[in-house]
Design a protein. Structure first.
Length: 190
């Protein structure tokens, strides 16, 4: 591979082709996760909340460590300390009550839908002329309705979001497997 005629992108492509099996495994894992998310959306939502809780605990420890180091070097430490404490509290809550984290995330998405939809509706009424402002209004209305539905049915919203994640993972996995087989074919010709 030290041939000057072989460019770095060609070298990367050859390396990717030789490691086609890693792409295949990534695709298979995507399909397994996708099937699991489609068959057990509530379990996947809870697992994601637990992983988020573990992340917050680790991040909180690092933030507290950074706060202590900053304080010993006479740096700014108060916000790091506050962040670390908040991370630890929310991390413990996420591990103790993962459903609350899932519902909280759905409610944040619901609030976002209502606020942005309301802003789009307001903008649609302020735009004059035939520039398709009714389409902006329709988009705003759909966002508000979606946000309200999520707000009043957060468990169903969480399950739907998890099902969408599962569908994405399945499509992603199939695409990666197809790509892996193309890479395998390319590797045989190298």
């Amino acid at each position: 591979m030290n041939d000057p005629a072989v460019t770095p992108p060609m070298q990367r492509s050859a390396a990717l082709a030789r490691n086609w099996w890693a792409v295949l495994l990534r695709g298979l894992l995507g399909i397994v996760f996708g099937i699991f998310a489609l068959l057990q959306p509530a379990a996947v939502a809870a697992i994601l909340a637990l992983v988020f809780g573990i992340y917050l605990l680790v991040d909180g420890v690092f933030a507290l460590t950074a706060a202590i180091r900053a304080a010993t070097h006479h740096g700014r430490w108060a916000m790091l300390l506050l962040e670390g404490i908040l991370d630890l509290i929310v991390g413990v809550l996420a591990l103790a009550v993962p459903g609350a984290v899932v519902l909280g995330a759905v409610w944040v998405i619901a609030a976002w839908g209502v606020v942005t939809g309301g802003l789009m509706l307001a903008a649609a009424f302020r735009v004059h002329g035939s520039h398709g402002n009714w389409l902006l209004g329709l988009a705003g209305l759909v966002s508000v309705v979606w946000g309200v539905l999520l707000w009043f049915a957060p468990i169903a919203g969480a399950l739907v979001l998890t099902i969408w994640l599962g569908a994405y993972a399945l499509i992603f996995g199939v695409a990666m497997i197809a790509f892996a087989f193309r890479l395998r074919h390319a590797a045989q010709s190298i």
